[in-house]
Design a protein around this ligand. Structure first.
Ligand code: 13P
Length: 329
């Protein structure tokens, strides 16, 4: 019989990930996405190149001062640093909790226009057991919505999958990061993003409650409620007000922390949003970042595969992590 881990252990990890003025570095791009980003930076894509790049990120000196956790994909989770340590073990030694992305990507959801469903539940219990044994402290599953195609049924279907994933994670002593991302691509208005985010996050927490998931032992990773990238940006105060209103209406106060994705928006802009949200007196949870591109894009361009530029690229990464962490303090 499986012994369920003490809920307090999950709550402590969730607090560790989102509190203390630190945030999460999302370095879990799929092999396909990472390869495309390497090629764009002029680096021929290969498993060793992806490994070198992730090693550069993880070993930036003092990263743990700003970063509490790092999300890895399956490939990196099984790779080794140049000194022979596995990535999960090295992360722990560096004071950073290792996490693992466990969904297997999206596919169209039949009968729902252009809406997508995220897959990866088959065999997930066994995979989580293996990741936990190999050191994973937390996991991530990402549902993807577009303001133009989200429907109540697609929000429920993705919420249901996220809830099944989250329940399995908690059963295996792994903190689930639940990510219902409403994409910011397009020219939509703030009100459109608000409506879509309310639908996605609302359906998610209804499903989590029904599935018996403990809200104190998870981390929510949502988008900021913003106009589309092709529309005029909204003032940070307006973004923070709308984001806080949506989350207050949909997220239980028992959730310890919310870690936002960047969605490909500029680093300075998402840090302003985070600082404005942090400053709101009606905020019920710790707020922090779980950025990918906002932290790493400039570092990847600086490195561009040149071993002589590793130090310079790490300084760029650390600057961005420091700025993002400062926004949470
Ligand atoms: P971005 O911050 O680049 O959107 O990535 C965060 C993430 O993990 C998306 O799943």
């Amino acid at each position: 019989m499986t012994t369920l881990p003490a809920t307090t252990a999950l709550a402590e990890i969730a607090q560790q990930l989102t509190g203390g003025g630190r945030g999460v570095l999302a370095a879990d791009e799929s092999i396909k996405t990472m390869s495309a980003r390497l090629e764009q930076a002029g680096v021929p894509a290969s498993a060793p190149a992806r490994r070198d790049y992730r090693e550069l990120l993880l070993t930036a000196d003092g990263l743990h001062r700003w970063v509490s956790g790092i999300i890895l994909c399956d490939e990196t989770f099984g790779q080794f640093l140049a000194d022979g340590r596995g990535f999960p073990a090295a992360a722990r030694e560096l004071g950073i909790l290792p996490g693992i992305k466990v969904d297997t990507g999206t596919t169209p959801l039949p009968g729902q226009g252009g809406a997508l469903i995220t897959e990866g539940l088959d065999g997930l219990g066994a995979r989580l057991a293996s990741y936990a044994e190999r050191g994973a402290a937390f996991a991530k599953w990402r549902a993807v919505f577009d303001v133009g195609t989200i429907t109540p049924a697609s929000a429920r279907a993705n919420g249901h999958a996220l809830a099944r994933y989250a329940a399995l994670c908690q059963q295996h002593g792994v903190v689930p990061i639940v990510e219902p991302e409403v994409l910011c691509t397009g020219d939509h208005e703030l009100a459109d993003a608000e409506r879509a985010t309310r639908l996605a996050v609302g359906a998610l927490f209804a499903e989590l409650a029904e599935a018996g998931v403990d809200p104190a032992g998870l981390v929510l990773k949502p988008n900021f409620v913003t106009p589309g990238l092709d529309a005029d940006p909204a003032p940070a105060a307006a973004v923070a007000a709308r984001t806080c209103a949506v989350l207050r209406d949909t997220v239980p106060a028992a959730v310890p922390g919310i870690a936002f994705l960047s969605g490909g928006q500029p680093t300075g802009r998402v840090c302003e949003y985070l600082a404005a949200l942090e400053a709101r007196p009606d905020r019920l949870w710790a707020v922090t970042f779980s950025f990918g591109r906002a932290l790493v894009s400039a570092a990847l361009r600086t490195w561009a595969g040149d071993p002589a530029e590793v130090g310079a690229a790490q300084r760029v990464l650390l600057d961005n992590c420091r700025t993002a962490a400062a926004a949470t303090r």
